[in-house]
Design a protein around this ligand. Structure first.
Ligand SMILES: [Zn+2]
Ligand SMILES: [Zn+2]
Length: 346
C-alpha cells in the first residue's frame, strides 16, 4: 500500500511518500480502508521532533481516521466488513484496566496512540487498529466530518462538557480559535450556553469566527497582551473558563483574562518552550488548571450524534491526496487556515 513515512524528524521533506506491505489484522483488530485522515498539529510536532514522548520512528503519522472495514481479526466480535467507522486517537487499549472500565480509556497505561508509534497511522491506504478503538459512523454523517470527530471536535467536547463543566451563562475564552480545535470549541461552548470569546492573531479570521458563533473576537499582534480586550468584553470580570489550544505563547495573557474561580483547560502546546510561573498568582484567586487529554469512545460517539443532528458543523479547510501531505503540513504551519486539513489516502 501507499503511505507517508517519517524516518527521522525534520521539515516537510521528512514526509516520504512510499510503499510498504499491507497491514494484516491481529486477533482483536480490524483493517480499515482509509478514506479520510485529518492533519493535526500533533503530526507536525511529531514530524519536526518537538514531540518525543512515546514516539517510535519510523512512523506513519495520522490519528484522525474515517474509512471502511475491509478485514477482521479472528477475535473481533462487533465490527463487520463494510462498516463505515471512525477511530479514536488510539490504535490499542487493554479494555480491562480501571481507566478502560470507567470511561477514561484515553488514560489506559498500555494504550498506543495512533500516528506516532511505528506503522499504525492514518497517512496510509490501510490501517489495522483494535476494534475497541473504532465506532460506526451514523447514517448522514460524511467521512469528512467523521474523520475529525474524535480529535478536532471530541477533545473540545471533553474539555467543555466533561472537564470544564461549562454552565449556561458563563464566559468562555477559546484560544487559537481559528485552528482545528478552536473552530469547533467555539461551537461547542455556544451549544453549552456560554458567552464565547474567540482569540486570534489574524484579522482575516475574525468574521468567520463570529459566523461560527463567537459572541466577541479578540484580535491582537503576536506577543501582545490581549487580556484588556477580554476584560472589556466581560464587563471587567474576565472569563470563567479558558479552552487553551496554544499554551506557552499566550500564558500571561490567559492568566490575566481569568475571572475569580476561573478554570483554565490545558489542551494544546504548540512549542517546546517553558514558562515562568508563580503558583500564588492562581491560588489567591481560587483559579484552577485542568488537563484535557484526547477523547473517549463515548465522547466520539456523542460528537457523531451532534454532527448527525446538525447541531455543529465540521470545519474542513482543504483536502489533499496522500502524496501531497507536505502541502497540508505547510498550510497548517503557515497558520492561515480556518479548520482542519484532510488527506484522502484512497
Ligand atoms: Zn489530532
Ligand atoms: Zn486499559
Amino acid at each position: 500500500m501507499k503511505t507517508v513515512l517519517v524516518r527521522k524528524p525534520g521539515d516537510v521533506k521528512a514526509l516520504e511518500y512510499t510503499t510498504v506491505p499491507d497491514p494484516t489484522p491481529a486477533p482483536d483488530e480490524v483493517v480499515i480502508k482509509v478514506y479520510r485522515c485529518g492533519v493535526c498539529f500533533h503530526d507536525l510536532v511529531t514530524r519536526n521532533g518537538t514531540l518525543k514522548a512515546g514516539v517510535k520512528m519510523p512512523c506513519v503519522l495520522g490519528h484522525e481516521v474515517a474509512g471502511e472495514v475491509v478485514a477482521l481479526g479472528s477475535q473481533v466480535t462487533t465490527a463487520k466488513v463494510g462498516h463505515r467507522v471512525a477511530t479514536t486517537q488510539r490504535s490499542y487499549i487493554c479494555g480491562h484496566c480501571r481507566f478502560c472500565r470507567s470511561g477514561f480509556e484515553a488514560l489506559c497505561p498500555t494504550r498506543i496512540f495512533m500516528g506516532d508509534h511505528g506503522y499504525n497511522g492514518g497517512y496510509a491506504e490501510y490501517l489495522a487498529v483494535s476494534e475497541r478503538c473504532v465506532t460506526e459512523i451514523p447514517n448522514g454523517v460524511s467521512y469528512d466530518s467523521a474523520a475529525i470527530a474524535s480529535c478536532a471536535i471530541g477533545t473540545g467536547l471533553n474539555a467543555i462538557r466533561d472537564v470544564g463543566r461549562v454552565q449556561m451563562g458563563e464566559a468562555v475564552l477559546v484560544t487559537g480559535a481559528g485552528g482545528g480545535l478552536g473552530v469547533h470549541a467555539i461551537q461547542l461552548a455556544r451549544l453549552a450556553g456560554a458567552f464565547v470569546i474567540a482569540q486570534t492573531t489574524s484579522q482575516e479570521k475574525a468574521a468567520a469566527l463570529k459566523a461560527l458563533g463567537a459572541d466577541a473576537v479578540v484580535v491582537h499582534a503576536r506577543g501582545e497582551d490581549f487580556s484588556e480586550q477580554v476584560r472589556e468584553a466581560t464587563g471587567g470580570r474576565g472569563v470563567d473558563v479558558v479552552v487553551d489550544n496554544v499554551g506557552t505563547a499566550l500564558f500571561s495573557g490567559i492568566r490575566k483574562s481569568l475571572a475569580i474561580q476561573g478554570r483554565w483547560l490545558l489542551i494544546g502546546q504548540l512549542s517546546g518552550e517553558f514558562v515562568p510561573f508563580n503558583p500564588a498568582q492562581l491560588f489567591l484567586k481560587n483559579q484552577s488548571m485542568l488537563s484535557v487529554t484526547s477523547t473517549s469512545k463515548r465522547q466520539l460517539e456523542d460528537v457523531l450524534q451532534l454532527l448527525r443532528q446538525e447541531k455543529l458543523t465540521a470545519c474542513i479547510d482543504q483536502t489533499y491526496p496522500l502524496e501531497e501531505a507536505h502541502l497540508a503540513h505547510t498550510r497548517l504551519e503557515g497558520g492561515g487556515a480556518i479548520g482542519r486539513q484532510l488527506l484522502t489516502p484512497i
